[in-house]
Ligand binder design. Structure first.
Ligand code: ADP
Length: 686
């Protein structure tokens, strides 16, 4: 991966920050949504409680009002009787027994003097008669109001102590009594506010409610209800308007502190929100895991692709029917076809050389029949798109998929042309090394032989000369004495002379071989062209005789001496002569002539150069051979080294000369080289 694709530290930090801020925002949103929900639900619940309480209070007030009105009617019925009589007493007591909120009923004269009364059997109160009859008493005020209004009137509430040190809040109701339009007195009924609550309101109260009569400033006059429970209080107040007074009925209710989940709805929404957030977290985590897996997969794929693309081994997959299903770029480059041209091919692949198609098809059939190929691979020849053939090493194996099923064949290809070329080169150089070693040995032996043969040849020569001298003294030569017996001696003499001449010649040949092998000096010297020819001719003639070649030499007369490395130039001449003779080693040839000429070079403007030509009438040089003629180790002969011509050109060029060849008419080749005359000005690079 490149540096540009990898995020920098700053980018990663930014990404992480954005991710965390998004998460924080989401959590805050959910929490605030939940809080709002809870708050709204709490408020809704509180308003429900409040309105229920208001309703209850209104109901209680209306109950009290209805009960008081009913009581008023009962009291008016009581007024019909005659006070002080037994019937009135019974009725009054009956009334008090049925209405526990009434504590006392009094019959008073218009002057407020008590005529008769009845007390509640449930609540004995020690009344102070003097106080009750005073004009400032609450009952007196109520009656004054009643008289003025000509209708029943209530007093404001007052505290009435009981005998036991306790007391309770009371309220008087005064009914003006009339007979024939004339006031006949008052009926005063005393209500205990506590009992009003107990008897008229209690049945409306729930367990968490408290009812009370209060004064406008909030002072409680009578209280009824449960003890406080919970911390939150709801309050509702309603006015109870009565003629002459107004009471305030207050109802309180307590609730436990609103729980986090005040109702099922909120709990449900909360649970759903939590579930939603959890699902989101799980999804995000899952998504992240999937993204990571995808990234890993993409990286693995990219790595595999890079690996496939950089492979030098060609890869090819085939299915069980032999169709090509995959080729890698190396394979395409190897055969020169692109993947589209190869995929799907089966019967004969385009890279099969036409002459081998049948063989390959058979091989493929054997493979498809289920025969496992050799593990070490096998060699084959493929054809490139341009038609050139090249050797390949194929290693093939069954293609087994992830389920363990055999789905085809996978093959790896190695182009082994280079390997073959190197092997070939190494084999050739090995052979040449062997030949060199052989030549070196031959050279050594030739040197030894020449040394060993020199003495016997000298002995043969001296013995032959001695024998001739003896013959001369025994029988003078033909001019000196004539006779019939002289003829055999004459023949013997002739033979002896021949022996001496041949021995001398053999000595010369051996000497030239010795000189040739032994001469090592590299120095340039002045030498005549004829001397060079004379040095190699014995060796050339040796081979010429063997091959049936006639040797012609011609040196331009009066040619000045040359300046050259004598040994090397002799080697060049010998090489060219040998090559020429070998080119004529053909039984079909009737005449075999080797022609060596030396003359001044025509191309040289001042005549400072000498031109040697070695001409044969052999097979000539075909163009493909001509191309590589001077390449070291190039040869067409089995026993050849291929070094001759390359070395010759090097030697001649070192002298500043030129070595080339041309076809000779009607057949054969002419090799030409030039050398400087000793009188020539030396060349800068020579
Ligand atoms: P060698 O003689 O060891 O083969 P050379 O370098 O002398 O190596 O010659 C290289 C090749 O050139 C020979 O194998 C031969 O095919 C070709 N050649 C050289 N001289 C002649 C010639 N006169 N006529 C035809 N072919 C020649």
């Amino acid at each position: 991966m490149t540096g540009a694709a990898r995020p920098t530290l700053l980018q990663r930090w930014r990404r992480a920050w954005r991710r965390w801020s998004l998460w924080t925002a989401l959590v805050l949103l959910v929490v605030s949504m939940l809080a709002t929900m809870v708050w709204l639900a709490g408020r809704y619940e509180a308003s429900q409680v409040q309105s229920r309480l208001e309703r209850d209070t209104a109901d209680a007030v209306s109950d009290i009002r209805v009960a008081l009105t009913r009581n008023l009617q009962s009291l008016q019925a009581l007024h019909a009787g005659d006070p002080g009589t037994l019937a009135w007493d019974i009725e009054a007591h009956e009334l008090l027994r049925n209405h526990r909120e009434l504590v006392r009923v009094e019959w008073r004269e218009p002057s407020m003097r008590l005529r008769s009364y009845a007390q509640s059997p449930y609540r004995p109160v020690a009344w102070d008669a003097r106080l009750r009859e005073s004009h400032q008493s609450d009952s007196a005020i109520a009656c004054a109001n009643a008289r003025r209004l000509s209708s029943p009137a209530y007093s404001s509430s007052y505290f009435q102590p009981h005998g036991d040190g306790l007391g309770s809040e009371m309220m008087e109701l005064c009914l003006p009594l009339t007979a024939g339009g004339r006031p006949t007195g008052f009926l005063v009924a005393t209500y205990s506010l506590q009992d009003v609550l107990t008897n008229l309101v209690a049945h409306n109260l729930t367990r968490s409610q408290e009812a009370s009569f209060t004064e406008p400033d909030g002072t409680r006059l009578a209280v009824l209800g449960a003890a406080r429970r919970g911390s939150r209080m709801f309050t509702a107040q309603h006015l109870l308007d009565l003629p002459g007074t107004t009471l305030v009925l207050r109802m309180d209710t307590w609730h436990t502190a609103p729980s986090v989940f005040p109702n099922v709805l909120t709990a449900l929404v909360t649970a759903m929100s939590i579930a939603l957030v959890t699902v989101m977290v799980v999804l995000v985590r899952d998504n992240r895991r999937r993204l990571r897996a995808e990234r890993d997969l993409a990286e693995a794929l990219a790595f595999r692709k890079a690996m496939e693309d950089s492979l030098v081994t060609g890869l090819r997959a085939r299915d069980l029917q032999g169709r090509i299903t995959y080729v890698n770029p190396a394979f395409c480059a190897m055969v020169g076809f692109n993947a589209q041209e190869l995929l799907g091919q089966s019967v004969s692949a385009p890279y099969w050389p036409p002459e081998l198609v049948d063989e390959y098809r058979q091989r493929q059939e054997i493979r498809l029949a289920g025969h496992t190929p050799p593990r070490e691979g096998f060699e084959s020849v493929f054809m490139r798109k341009d038609g050139t053939r090249f050797p390949v090493l194929i290693i093939e194996a069954p293609l087994i998929n992830a389920q363990g099923q055999h789905t085809g064949w996978m093959s790896a290809f190695l182009d082994i042309s280079e390997q073959r070329r190197v092997e070939e080169l190494s084999r050739a150089s090995q052979e040449r090394l062997q030949a060199t070693a052989r030549l070196a040995t031959v050279g050594e032996m030739a040197s030894l032989l020449s040394h060993e043969l020199n003495q016997p040849l000298a002995a043969i020569s001296s013995y032959a000369t001695g024998s001739i001298n003896l013959l001369d003294t025994a029988a003078p030569p033909p001019g000196a004495a004539a006779g019939t017996d002289a003829t055999p001696l004459q023949d013997v003499r002739m033979a002896m002379q021949q022996i001496a001449r041949q021995a001398e010649r053999a000595g010369k040949v051996i000497k030239s071989v010795h000189d040739f092998v032994r001469r090592r000096d590299q120095a340039r010297e002045t030498v005549h062209a004829q001397q060079l020819l004379d040095a190699i001719l014995p060796l050339v003639i040796l081979q010429a005789r063997k091959l049936g070649v006639r040797v012609h030499t011609a040196v331009e007369p009066d040619l000045p001496p040359l300046l050259c490395d004598r040994t090397m130039v002799e080697q060049v001449l010998l090489n060219l002569a040998r090559n020429a003779m070998q080119a004529m080693d053909d039984p079909a040839l009737r005449t075999r002539v080797l022609d060596i000429r030396v003359r001044r070079a025509a191309s040289s403007p001042h005549g400072d150069w000498v031109e040697f030509t070695v001409t044969d009438e052999g097979s000539g040089i075909p163009p493909d051979v001509a191309e590589k003629l001077f390449t070291p180790f190039f040869t067409t002969r089995q026993e050849g080294m291929g070094l001759g011509l390359s070395m010759c050109r090097t030697v001649i060029e070192q002298h500043g000369g030129y070595l080339g060849f041309a076809p000779h008419e009607p057949r054969g080749t002419v090799f030409t080289f030039t050398l400087p005359l000793a009188t020539a000005k030396p060349l800068p690079d020579a």
